[in-house]
Design a protein around this ligand. Structure first.
Ligand code: MGD
Ligand code: MGD
Ligand code: SF4
Ligand code: MO
Length: 841
């Protein structure tokens, strides 16, 4: 690890000068306050201030902002008080977002290099005009097209693109003719968790479901840290009501959320599923479940034959599966909606078949998952598990939190499925506890990707059940290195720092060196950008107008946008202008096709007509024109949208009522339209692949790969999390945030008594060595009682090597330790299936 201290402080002074912030010394102790104060005083006497609405892009939480601008300069950023997402609040990263525009390290002009041998460093680049850079991209694509090699192009997106403009990337890919375009967040962030939830309620991404923090009375949080891995929509809501609910935080280390909890349960990593199964056991065996909810809202009464086949009765007009229940009132099997009192328990004879309600099977299944059983697996005392189970069952509303990030283990899907089932048992779904957001209420099923895509072919080969969704970007490695299933020669990196955020990051770095051409769209010379041949710098988010977006996360249905707060400082472009600039150079046909594909990817009912409108509007007014077309297609008042930044079309009360009604009517996105205690999706996987607990149609214990592999003496589980003042690897170079982040959050946490026995002291350099691959990474030790004895905790935000970043400091690039894997259901990266040895460096 390089010592960056001296260049950091020097550059900070330079930065302050560059940002025009005078009167600030580099010796400040509370930089936040002192930095902002002089500027406020200095500008009071000057031009008129204006407040410009936008959406924060410092992390994926999409907080709604107001930006104070005077004399063409950004002075201050605040939460938009009208914003239903963050309710006027923002975090430290949002506050410091102005440095995203004024950071001197930004990419300021397109860059081209001719010697691919220099990939991996910032040397060898020459500044280019936009015409030169876009011509270079277009001529490479033309060459691939003329040689019939266009499928060799892969487009990989990071969260800043995927959250907002994945349709742009997909339309670009479709237009040039490659099936290989995917964002990394699906496999690296959320799909296993989302699929676990959606197997029960039809939706499950963090944008689609929200814990009802306003009303909750008992909250169990697993694998999540909403006060540390912040998104204000969750943190604010949970924080404002703290004290109104009992908070139980399950985490192998003492997180920021654990610090606010009534009960912290330091669980053995990867075993939350056993904990949840034992809670289910307690809730059922103590009779604390909500039978009425289960009967009305879920398929818990559905009859399942002895051979495991559900008794179905065709589909309705909307394609939803109809099924039979035993009606105790009529004493016969009828369709669910025709029953007066569906049975939850017992065994019945229907025709020549013996069948039991799903709830009965669940009860029998979890009978062995006692707190005593779970204690052995999780390390949490049985008495504590029983106590939590009883409290959870007796308090209403109670819920297991939605979670956000979890591609961590082989059993991640089943873990979140168990959370959903536990919530259903106490009526904590949709009506209470976990609610469906506006974005969730309008969700449609994720389409399959092309059968020819590398992601899908690779995922299928790995045996990933949901390979058709194409989230398995890991597959590009084999394609680049070995041409398997075919060669990928050209990669577009759209706003991703894949050289740090992809598992087995060293392998990614080496793979980038093997490519014919690498093109990166970014704002910073991050580690990944150093591997590019053509660098296309984007405007910062505060310098740009954006299209219209659905309001994710909020419990309302609404739309919002970005309005440019200031003119671009440098020779940068909007990513839409970049893509349009490329397709235009490919010729009129491609250009026209692009607009239709873009309209299609945006979900237009008539892509031809919408495409023509978008093209026309863009030619007249650029991105603002696109926004106008989108807004008028939804009958939204464009002037209001541009002045306030957002429009709510359905409030929280109306939305919730509608969702409850939809659930009762059987209109959820699940195959049966109801909450599925028996999952038809998982049952399909079972039919195709045979039975494994990882896709049990109801729920079952399934081990993580690392289970039992760390002894806490010489071998350890590695768990990671985020730091409140950092976002993944993209904020390490923010001068302000870098100063705000305490050093111990960059260190590797190791249990104090374990550290003592290994002779490791605070600040010692240590090595974490992967038991599986032998890969090793250096870290600075932080001995503490706040982590389990068998566990090492690291922040996932650090470890940059780029010499072009001047404000980064030390940290652990943990993805050098992770291998390339895929969980068997969702294809998630299994980012914590790692056991390490610890040595003094
Ligand atoms: N090491 C590590 N790996 C991880 C994670 C982690 O925390 N650490 N988290 C996992 C998760 S949950 C996720 S969601 C993924 C995220 O993976 P990535 O999407 O790769 O996340 P970041 O590290 O934030 O990198 C985002 C990139 O976008 C650039 N960027 C930021 N704003 C803009 C913009 O306005 N325009 C353009 N063009 N570029 C911009 C940044 O400079 C940075 O290079 O990573 C997964 N992998
Ligand atoms: N400050 C900040 N906030 C962010 C982000 C960021 O980069 N920085 N990124 C955003 C994004 S894209 C995402 S995906 C979310 C992620 O936010 P979260 O969903 O909260 O995910 P993590 O931070 O990965 O992990 C949360 C906690 O899980 C604990 N943990 C690890 N393994 C286990 C386990 O096996 N069992 C249990 N019970 N706990 C475990 C970790 O110690 C950590 O405290 O944060 C979002 N908000
Ligand atoms: S949580 Fe913070 S960084 Fe993320 S969008 Fe909100 S204000 Fe921005
Ligand atoms: Mo994420």
């Amino acid at each position: 690890m390089t010592d960056t201290t001296s260049r950091t402080s020097l550059s900070r002074r330079e930065f302050l000068k560059a940002a025009g912030i005078v009167g600030v010394t580099a010796t400040m102790s509370t930089p936040t306050l002192r930095l902002l104060k002089p500027q406020t005083q200095r500008t009071e006497a000057q031009g008129e201030e204006k407040w410009v609405p936008t959406i924060c892009m410092m992390c994926p939480a999409a907080c709604q902002l107001l930006v104070r601008v005077r004399d063409g300069k950004i002075e201050k950023i605040e939460g938009n008080p009208k914003g239903p997402i963050n309710l006027g609040k923002i975090c430290a990263r949002g506050q410091s977002a102005l440095f995203r525009t004024y950071n001197p390290d930004r990419l300021k002009k397109p860059l081209i290099r001719n010697d691919p041998g220099q990939r991996g460093s910032f040397t060898g680049f020459t500044e280019a005009s936009w015409d030169q850079a876009l011509d270079a991209v277009a001529s490479h694509l033309k060459k691939l097209i003329s040689e019939g090699r266009i499928k060799e192009v892969a487009m990989i997106g990071g969260w800043p693109l995927c959250l907002y403009l994945e349709p742009l990337m997909k339309a670009f890919a479709e237009t040039i003719g490659t099936p290989n375009a995917i964002g990394i967040p699906g496999g690296a962030c959320f799909f296993p968790k989302a699929f676990g939830w959606s197997s029960a309620i039809g939706v499950g991404t963090h944008a689609q479901i929200l814990t009802d923090y306003e009303n909750i009375k008992y909250l169990v949080v697993i694998r999540r840290n909403f006060f540390g891995s912040i998104s204000v929509v969750h943190g604010t809501r949970a924080g404002q009501k703290i004290g109104n609910y009992k908070l139980v935080v399950v985490d192998p280390r003492f997180s920021e959320t654990a610090a606010k909890a009534d009960l912290w349960l330091p669980i053995r990593p990867g075993t939350d599923l056993a904990f949840l199964l034992a809670l289910i056991n307690v809730v059922i065996s103590e009779g604390l479940y909500d039978a009425d909810f289960l009967r009305k809202f879920t398929n818990a009464p559905m009859l399942v034959a002895e051979d495991g086949t559900p008794l179905t009765a065709g589909t309705d007009a909307a394609g939803k599966i109809k099924y039979l229940v035993w009606d105790l009132a009529q004493n016969k099997a009828v369709k669910h909606e025709e029953a007066i009192l569906p049975a939850l328990e017992g065994e019945f004879t229907v025709g020549d078949k013996k069948a039991k309600p799903v709830f009965q099977i669940l009860k029998e299944k979890v009978a062995d998952y006692t707190p005593e059983w779970a204690e052995k697996i999780t390390g949490i005392p049985a008495a504590t598990i029983r106590q939590v189970g009883i409290e959870f069952g007796k308090t209403r509303p109670a819920a297991v939190d939605t979670g956000w990030h979890d591609p961590k283990y082989k059993n991640s899907v089943m873990t979140w499925r168990a959370a959903a089932i536990l919530n259903a048992l106490v009526g904590g779904l949709i009506k209470d506890g976990i609610i469906i957001t506006g974005v969730g209420s309008t969700a449609t099923p994720t389409p399959d990707v092309s059968e020819e895509s590398v992601m899908r072919i690779w995922g299928t080969k790995q045996g990933v059940a949901m390979a058709s969704k194409g989230f398995t970007f890991q597959g590009f490695l084999d394609a680049i290195e070995k041409g398997d299933p075919y060669k990928i020669s050209t990669v577009f990196l759209f706003t991703t720092n894949l050289a740090m955020t992809g598992p087995d990051s060293t392998r990614w770095r080496n793979a980038f060196k093997k490519l014919e051409k690498v093109i990166a769209v970014d704002i910073y010379p991050n580690d990944t950008v150093l591997y590019a041949d053509i660098v296309l710098p984007e405007h910062s988010f505060l310098e740009r107008d954006d299209p219209l977006y659905g309001m994710a996360y909020a419990p309302v249905l609404g739309f919002h946008t970005r309005v440019a707060a200031v003119q671009p400082l440098y020779d940068t472009r909007h990513v839409i202008d970049i893509v349009v600039g490329i397709v235009k150079r490919l010729g009129e046909d491609y250009y026209n096709k692009f607009w239709v594909n873009f309209a299609k990817a945006l979900g237009a009912a008539d892509p031809q007509a919408m495409g023509a409108k978008l093209k026309d509007a863009y030619e007249k007014e650029g991105v603002k024109g696109i926004r106008k077309v989108q807004a008028s297609a939804r009958n939204l008042d464009v002037a209001k949208l541009e002045s306030e930044g957002l429009i709510v079309v359905k409030d929280a009360v109306t939305l919730r009522k509608e969702m409850i009604q939809k659930t009762l009517n059987g209109q959820l996105l699940t195959p049966s339209g109801r909450i599925e205690i028996f999952s038809f999706a998982l049952n399909n996987i079972k039919a195709k692949k045979g039975y494994q607990p990882y896709w049990d149609p109801i729920v079952a214990w399934a081990e993580p790969e690392v289970y039992g592999k760390a002894d806490g003496k010489t071998t350890f589980y590695v768990v990671y999390g985020r730091v409140p003042t950092m976002t993944h690897t993209s904020t390490a170079d923010e001068p302000f945030l870098s100063v705000l982040t305490p050093e111990f959050k960059r260190m590797a946490w190791i249990n104090r008594s374990v550290a003592e026995s290994l002779g490791i002291k605070k600040g010692d350099k240590i090595k974490l060595i992967s038991v599986e691959t032998g890969a090793s990474v250096e870290a600075v030790a932080f001995p503490t009682d706040l982590v389990r004895e068998d566990t090492i905790w690291v922040s996932s935000d650090f470890g940059h090597k780029s010499e072009a970043l001047h404000f980064t400091k030390f940290g652990v690039p943990y993805h050098t330790l992770t291998g390339v894997k895929a969980d068997p259901v969702a294809g998630g990266i299994m980012s914590q299936e790692v056991v390490v040895r610890v040595e003094k460096a």
